[in-house]
Design a protein around this ligand. Sequence first.
Ligand SMILES: CC(C)(COP(=O)(O)OP(=O)(O)OC[C@H]1O[C@@H](n2cnc3c(N)ncnc32)[C@H](O)[C@@H]1OP(=O)(O)O)[C@@H](O)C(=O)NCCC(=O)NCCS
Length: 190
Amino acid sequence: MLRKLEAHDIREVVKIHKTELAGFLSQLGEDFLEKFYKASLKIPEVFTIVIEEKKQILGFVSGTTKLKGLYKKIFFRNPFGFIYSLLIYFITHPKGIVKLTKTMVYPGFESDIPELLTIVVAKDQRNKGLGKKLFLAAVCEFRKRGVGKFRISVYERLPANKFYKAIGCKKEKEFDFMGEKMNYYKYGDV
Ligand SMILES: CC(C)(COP(=O)(O)OP(=O)(O)OC[C@H]1O[C@@H](n2cnc3c(N)ncnc32)[C@H](O)[C@@H]1OP(=O)(O)O)[C@@H](O)C(=O)NCCC(=O)NCCS
């Protein structure tokens, strides 16, 4: 069953995010991620759809109709909570300050283009079509919000590039992000 993320799902979603996604947000820890998803529920331009079977979350997809300014909005939903989580992280990982600063220069943060933020399926549930179902649910949600095309960024090293190509995304360009090659894909009418 596909449905919108609810507050009681966040623990499970965070576990999947932390184990299956290698990006910087995961490194900030479960406490940070919990606050992040909780705050995202209050931001109208963001949506998260989960796929659930027998009351277990098997994967989820998140998107936003406007990435520009999003992280600031999320931060200001719970500034003291985020500062606390970040302080704990920086005390234990001092080099994380440099990483966070570099993350903020991600070009998408300056663009108004709608973006698929995350898509993930639990490892033991992959290659059964769940990723495709989630992706199409995101397409549907974007359309409901008047968005006919959106962008996806993904590290070149990830197998997910093949998934995006298989479901009809077109590679738009490559760029360097924090010393790693990333690809932009687009989906939908141009
Ligand atoms: C990317 C991901 C969501 C795909 O989910 P999934 O449930 O395994 O994908 P599906 O079974 O729906 O596959 C859909 C299509 O993509 C193809 N595909 C999926 N993963 C693939 C891979 N690693 N290599 C080649 N093709 C792949 C499938 O063969 C299928 O093609 P078809 O429609 O022609 O048969 C999943 O692999 C994942 O969670 N990866 C880790 C998280 C991640 O990297 N996310 C992207 C960055 S945000």
